[in-house]
Ligand binder design. Sequence first.
Ligand SMILES: NC(=O)c1ccc[n+]([C@@H]2O[C@H](COP(=O)([O-])OP(=O)(O)OC[C@H]3O[C@@H](n4cnc5c(N)ncnc54)[C@H](OP(=O)(O)O)[C@@H]3O)[C@@H](O)[C@H]2O)c1
Length: 321
Amino acid sequence: MYRVTAMENIALTYRRYGEPDVVLQAETAVPAARLAGHLRVRMLFSPVNASDLIPITGAYRHRTTLPAVAGYEGIGVVTDAPGDYAHLLGRRVLPLRGQGMWQRVVDCPAEYAIPVPEEMNSLRAARAYINPLAAQMMLTRYPPRGKTVLLTAAGSDCAILLGQWALNAGAQAVYGVHRSPIHADRLAAMGIIPIAQDDVSAVCEAAARAEVTYDATGGGLAETILSLMPEQGIFVCYGLLSGQTFRQRQALPRVEWFHIRNALDALGTSAWQAQFTAIWPKLRASRYSDATLFPLAEWRAALGAYREAGRLSKPMLSMED
Ligand SMILES: NC(=O)c1ccc[n+]([C@@H]2O[C@H](COP(=O)([O-])OP(=O)(O)OC[C@H]3O[C@@H](n4cnc5c(N)ncnc54)[C@H](OP(=O)(O)O)[C@@H]3O)[C@@H](O)[C@H]2O)c1
């Protein structure tokens, strides 16, 4: 437990790039005055995602400034608001696109804060941004209707939403390549045909049929799939979990890189809010992984849990003692 006064904030901050366990430190300070047009939010929960850890290593150093507070998504309760947003006082919001969220107090631009529907569970709502929005945008940009779809890292939160929502959007079949065997049953229960990553012939067969691949692994698996996909297919790369990029040996199938940050600038505030109006009912109706709670003071244990292979739940920082 961290000891702080009621006025103080605790923030997991990095002042240099490197391994998150090494460079993150819990810093205590009294928050600065709330900026005009911003909400002040007392945080409840914030998950640990790949997207939170990668920037800490310096992978995007060209567009991050230090010091920085880690964490891109989470949920909290509004404690202070400008007059136009007084109706949000006491309500749960996702305080997105402001400060890092691995801290107890977050200020965010009021027009980007996403009010959370009453009936939405906080542990699920805390994860309504990075993975759901990426899945929704990829499916809009590269529609799966009538197509055979292939997913990699299929046990991940992003892939299970991609798979379920691709089926809802009319995909003919969805195959999910998963690394740990533990994912097979739940993928099947979602209607996703599980394929063990080490079953090379099954991976090759599925790749040869795949008209759209949504890949989060890169490396050798991406190269294998690319070498076998039909030429008219589309290979969408949205992550490099293997830590390795890949080479494309022939011009086709087309390769597209997707990153949510590149899509955000084009969204005005009403289009941004509309994305979540579409996400809430879909997220409520979908299977998603469970969350395992870690008090903020135990953030190292949360990072350790994140790295465990074959995880079925998402580590979630709990900001209150
Ligand atoms: N481009 C974007 O805008 C965007 C947006 C959201 C997410 N993403 C990406 O989506 C990916 C998944 O994120 P998430 O939060 O959904 O993950 P998650 O729920 O935390 O799950 C991670 C999954 O990745 C699998 N995995 C890890 N390393 C792997 C490897 N080397 N080969 C195969 N599988 C591996 C794990 O498999 P095991 O169960 O076997 O351990 C686990 O199922 C990340 O790469 C993230 O960066 C990208």
